[in-house]
Design a protein around this ligand. Structure first.
Ligand SMILES: NC(=O)c1ccc[n+]([C@@H]2O[C@H](COP(=O)([O-])OP(=O)(O)OC[C@H]3O[C@@H](n4cnc5c(N)ncnc54)[C@H](O)[C@@H]3O)[C@@H](O)[C@H]2O)c1
Length: 276
């Protein structure tokens, strides 16, 4: 397996030769991290399927990827990740067009920030439905195809808040910790079918979502930078690069792992309280 690295706009762009011609689905691919992952996969020569609930975002994402990567299939499916029949049908259509489903990136996810004394059970159930049930539904539908193929790689986008905690994020932390646990179970169950399952735990990533929170004064970006040992937020491309690595045969000996990409946030138990 060969891999090379090209430098582009400050972020390295790895190219894994084995991904060329393979077929991958990305959920929540209309914007943000999911779009960056789908674009990185298409740039690697993969045929891609974008799944999202936002029609307009899907169409924009398809145009963007098709313009930059005219040689690959770019399929879109407007479906919620927890819609069992919709997800099965979408993957089935993609496989009948491209011939296989080699990679699934479970990226769709929502926040549900609220004090645990105030969080409504509806907010809790919604986060559970998208973040954890959606990840299971898509993994199961893809896993059935991959087990038949005896080949596949699933990458679940969890969060650093799946391995550590923060106040006012009961539903988010619990669902992302659930994604980490699910990753390990599926990895162990499907290893002998040639299907690897890993998770990524991003720290703060400079997406539109984060920009919107900053604009609404709901996130102190300077405090985030100070709290992060590396001194900056991650980029969506950092997560995309890690997803490519975990999707590629270059990582063939890695399964059941969560790789945290957080600029050192979770390693630093000291934070920013000063000398003691
Ligand atoms: N941005 C960060 O700093 C950060 C940090 C850690 C983890 N994450 C995780 O990364 C993932 C992507 O985050 P983002 O910042 O790009 O989010 P985003 O809100 O910018 O994009 C999420 C996309 O998912 C789609 N989506 C929402 N519900 C869906 C559903 N039920 N079915 C299908 N699609 C659905 C949305 O329409 C949207 O296009 C999430 O799982 C998030 O929890 C993000």
């Amino acid at each position: 397996m060969t891999s090379t690295v090209q430098e582009t706009q400050g972020v390295a762009r790895p190219v894994y030769a084995d991904l060329r011609g393979r077929c991958g689905a990305v959920t929540g691919a209309g914007r943000g991290i999911g779009l960056a992952i789908a674009l990185a996969m298409a740039r690697s020569g993969m045929h891609v399927q974008l799944l999202d609930v936002d029609d307009a975002a899907l169409l924009e994402a398809r145009t963007l990827i098709a313009d930059r990567c005219p040689d690959v299939v770019v399929d879109v499916a407007r479906v919620s990740v927890s819609d069992v029949d919709g997800v099965r049908d979408a993957f089935g259509r993609f496989v009948s067009t491209t011939g296989s489903l080699d990679v699934l990136v479970n990226n769709a996810g929502i926040a549900a920030n609220a004090s645990s004394l105030e969080l409504s059970v509806e907010q809790w159930r919604r986060a559970l439905d998208v973040n954890l049930t959606g990840t299971f539904v898509c993994a199961q539908a893809a896993g059935r195809v991959m087990a038949r193929q005896r080949r596949g790689a699933i990458v679940n986008i969890a969060s650093m808040f799946g391995v550590t905690a923060a106040a006012d994020r009961a539903a988010y932390c619990a669902t992302k910790a659930g994604v980490v646990a699910l990753t390990k179970v599926l990895a162990v169950e499907w290893a002998d079918r040639g299907v690897r399952v890993n998770a990524i735990g991003p720290g703060y990533i400079g997406t539109e979502l984060v920009a919107a929170l900053v604009a609404q004064s709901r996130l102190d970006i300077e405090a985030v930078r100070r709290r992060t040992p590396i001194g900056r937020l991650g980029a969506a491309e950092d997560v995309a690069n890690l997803a490519l690595f975990l999707a590629s045969d270059v990582s063939r000996n890695i399964t059941g792992q969560v790789v945290v990409s957080d600029g050192g946030w979770t390693a630093d138990g000291f934070g920013v309280i000063g000398d003691l």
